[in-house]
Design a protein around this ligand. Structure first.
Ligand code: C2O
Ligand code: CU
Ligand code: CU
Length: 498
């Protein structure tokens, strides 16, 4: 049983196995912890933002200390808030005794400040990129992009959020009080051993990447946030190494998705369940005007069969009826009437999204992702996925090879599919528009600017994309699968923009 998940089948197989691990563990019965809110750092005035890459100690579980990594903090990093037309200066200092590269995921910046694997800092080194922020408001993030070590370093904590504002996002009626009614929600999963240490091994990761057993939100297990009795905006980031989540609420309430990876949608989209791939961001607004509590669920997509969508989109009672363990909320929002509430109705219109005309699209490129048993297969050792060949268009990532050369400022159509399994595909240096996903017409909630697209092994996913910034051979951009174990095993390519 080692075939990769075809999401079309919403895979099965592991429900019983993984289900058991989701039974409420004893330590979870302790008093709930408050949602950690990463420090907000002003990145609008070109004052350098200090980013010390350091080791730390962090309590995921009350009273248990875990060795972690972070940026100027013990686990994860500060939220950097910048805005359109400002200079963001970052001062990285690598205090680890291993090399680190840090990428700004979703940022429209040239290759020489993009932070791909070519921009690695040796132990003790600094890197001080100066970023001109030109793109519109969006929720982006930064994370380790170290060659062959991305999965391990992100897992230990090297990730954080970037918020970009602009005049439009300032002027429309949306909650925007950071940490009050505008919350960063970094969703990850982690496995701990008996001593509370993080368990991770690229070599032991399965074909579908490394799945942690326990969901952590900003590094906390099932935390609680006190929020005003009004509209609350959640900036959801799927920061997991490999897990696709199904996001929903225990009471099946309707929420509105207002933004995707690259910024605001054309209009709010009402939803009750939403899938998120690794690397993806979704901003949603939850209405708590009536008070009470909203409980967010982040279900593991790999635990559900296709026929079980009814369970997911239903109430918790459906879990009881189905015999599946009742999932624990990943985050509880509890209203506090004393906090200042945003109660204005959601705007009917958000951003204006202009798609290119067909006549503007100058060229088409195809990308086929593949994973095959390499040496490991010939030894009959199916467990050794480290020896699988992970490729794009037949080639594994090679730092000395430029796989594609793209012309700056022209629209292209990229068609992507895989020969095996589902993959979240990411492209540096741009936002793109999805034309079709897994062979199907794109839904309204995926019709905005994106830098992640999911593809499967039957049908093409298609995007239209234009690169406006240069990336030379020394500092090329990357495209890759955002299952970090696939990326680390070679499912990545490099391209220049000239
Ligand atoms: Cu979020 Cu090249 O990565
Ligand atoms: Cu990126
Ligand atoms: Cu993949």
């Amino acid at each position: 049983m080692s075939f990769a998940i075809s999401r079309r089948q919403f895979i099965a197989g592991s429900a019983a196995l993984i289900g058991a691990s989701r039974l409420k563990p004893a330590w979870a019965k302790a008093a709930p912890v408050a949602l950690p809110i990463p420090t907000l750092v002003d990145g609008t005035n070109s004052e350098p933002v200090d980013m010390k890459i350091q080791t730390g100690e962090w309590s995921f579980k009350p009273g248990v200390k875990t060795q972690t990594l972070g940026f100027s903090q013990n686990y994860l990093g500060p939220t950097i808030r910048t805005r359109q037309n400002s200079e963001l200066n970052l001062h990285y200092q690598n205090n680890l005794n291993e090399p680190v590269a840090v990428h700004g995921h979703g940022l429209h910046v040239p290759g020489d400040v993009d932070g791909g694997p070519q921009l690695e800092m040796a132990p003790g080194d600094r890197w001080q990129p100066s970023l001109s922020i030109v793109q519109p408001a969006a929720t982006c993030w930064y994370h380790s992009h170290t060659h062959g070590k991305t999965g391990d370093q992100v897992y230990r904590g090297l990730a954080g959020m970037i918020i970009i504002d602009d005049e439009l996002s300032d002027s429309i009626a949306l909650p925007r009080q950071y940490g009050v009614d505008d919350l960063p929600v970094i969703i990850q999963d982690r496995t701990f051993d008996a001593q509370g240490r993080l368990v991770y091994s690229l070599n032991d990761a399965g074909e579908d990447g490394w799945f942690g057993e326990t969901v952590v939100i900003n590094g906390a297990i099932s935390p609680v946030a006190r929020v005003p009795a009004g509209k609350v905006r959640l900036r959801l980031l799927n920061g997991a190494n490999a897990r696709f989540y199904i996001v929903t609420f225990t009471d099946n309430r309707t929420f509105h998705k207002i933004a995707s990876d690259g910024g605001l949608l054309a209009a709010p989209v009402p939803m009750t369940t939403m899938e998120m791939s690794p690397g993806e961001r979704c901003e949603i607004v939850v209405d708590l005007t009536d008070g009470g509590t909203a409980e967010l669920l982040t279900l593991f997509e790999d635990e559900f069969d296709e026929g079980e969508e009814g369970i997911i989109s239903g109430m918790l009672s459906n879990f009881a009826l189905s015999g599946k363990p009742v999932p624990q909320p990943s985050l509880s929002l509890i209203t506090d009437a004393s906090l200042p509430a945003h109660t204005e109705p959601l705007p009917e219109k958000l951003a204006t999204i202009i798609r290119p005309k067909e006549s503007e699209i100058q060229r088409t490129r195809d990308f086929i992702l593949d994973m095959e048993d390499g040496e490991g297969g010939s030894h009959g050792n199916h467990g050794d996925h480290a020896l699988m060949d992970m490729t794009i268009n037949g080639a594994a990532m090679d730092m000395s090879v430029i796989n594609e050369k793209v012309n700056r400022g022209v629209w292209e159509r990229w068609r992507i599919r895989s020969n095996q399994g589902a993959h979240p595909f990411h492209v540096h240096g741009c936002s793109f528009l999805i034309e079709q996903m897994e062979g199907a017409a794109v839904s309204p909630d995926q019709s905005g600017w994106k830098d992640m697209v999911v593809l499967d092994d039957d049908d093409w996913s298609e995007i239209v994309v234009r690169f406006d910034y240069p990336a030379n051979e020394q500092f090329p951009y990357m495209y890759h699968c955002h299952i970090l174990e696939h990326e680390d095993r070679g499912m990545m390519g490099q391209f220049t923009v000239t």
